[in-house]
Design a protein around this ligand. Structure first.
Ligand SMILES: C[S@@+](CC[C@H](N)C(=O)[O-])C[C@H]1O[C@@H](n2cnc3c(N)ncnc32)[C@H](O)[C@@H]1O
Length: 215
């Protein structure tokens, strides 16, 4: 396990579902961050891909001009997800209560997660699940900035520096044993939200393993 019990704690320990009960039609990062992320997706994703946007909301950061084979979404607020123009389907699930993702092994070519990884209390199990549902060599792109709902971020995130957070996400990939060494893109701006992306691919010979095992 990467996180200690203390490091998983949140200042607001109430059910996350309550926090996301009302839709928030806001953007969580600035335009510079979004431009950089969309460009990254333009470079790393192909139109024939089946994509899962994990911990999504009403906005998509996928390039508008590209149509993908299928885009699925997940989050905690159905009203937000219903407004997301890119999602062919979505489901609502609290990942701090249930880490099992409702997909067959080897379903997706790409799993995306934007400005949300800090809310995961059991990242070890979630990353195992991401590996399981990714096809061999499928890509996972985790991006984040320095903004957060502080009371809902886990202690390990709150207490760390920005570089500690990059190292933490790298360790989530590495500890799973299912991913290639993670690549990091870090872009600090004089004015504007810093951009971090941690990217890894599922090892071609990695076998899936349900998150329910061992929890
Ligand atoms: C800051 S928003 C980011 C939304 C979106 N990825 C974006 O880029 O705008 C954080 C998202 O994390 C998701 N989230 C937070 N806690 C969660 C939990 N316990 N289980 C599942 N999803 C959660 C919610 O769907 C929420 O929309």
């Amino acid at each position: 396990m990467i996180l200690t019990e203390n490091q998983r704690t949140k200042l607001d320990e109430s059910d996350d579902t309550l926090f996301y009960l009302s839709p928030r039609f806001v953007t969580h990062v600035d335009q510079g961050f979004v431009r950089q992320l969309t460009n990254l997706y333009r470079q790393r994703l192909r139109s024939d891909m089946v994509i899962l946007d994990l911990m999504s909301s009403w906005v998509s950061h996928l390039p508008e001009e590209v149509s993908y084979k299928r885009v699925e979404g997940h989050g905690l607020n159905a009203e937000e997800l219903a407004q997301n123009p890119r999602l062919d389907r979505f489901f609502v699930q609290n990942l701090n209560q249930n880490q099992h993702l409702p997909y067959e092994d080897n379903t997706f070519d790409a799993v995306l997660n934007t400005v949300s990884v800090q809310y995961l209390q059991y990242p070890e199990a979630v990353f195992q699940e991401i590996a399981r549902i990714l096809k061999p060599s499928g890509i996972a792109i985790f991006s984040f900035s320095n903004r957060m709902f502080f009371q809902k971020a886990v202690q390990a995130w709150r207490d760390g520096s920005e570089l500690d957070r990059v190292a933490l996400v790298k360790s989530y990939f590495a500890d799973s044993g299912k991913f290639t060494p993670a690549e990091v893109i870090a872009q600090r701006r004089w004015l504007g939200d810093p951009f971090y992306a941690v990217i890894a691919s599922k090892k071609a010979d990695a076998h899936g393993e349900s998150a329910r095992v061992g929890l």
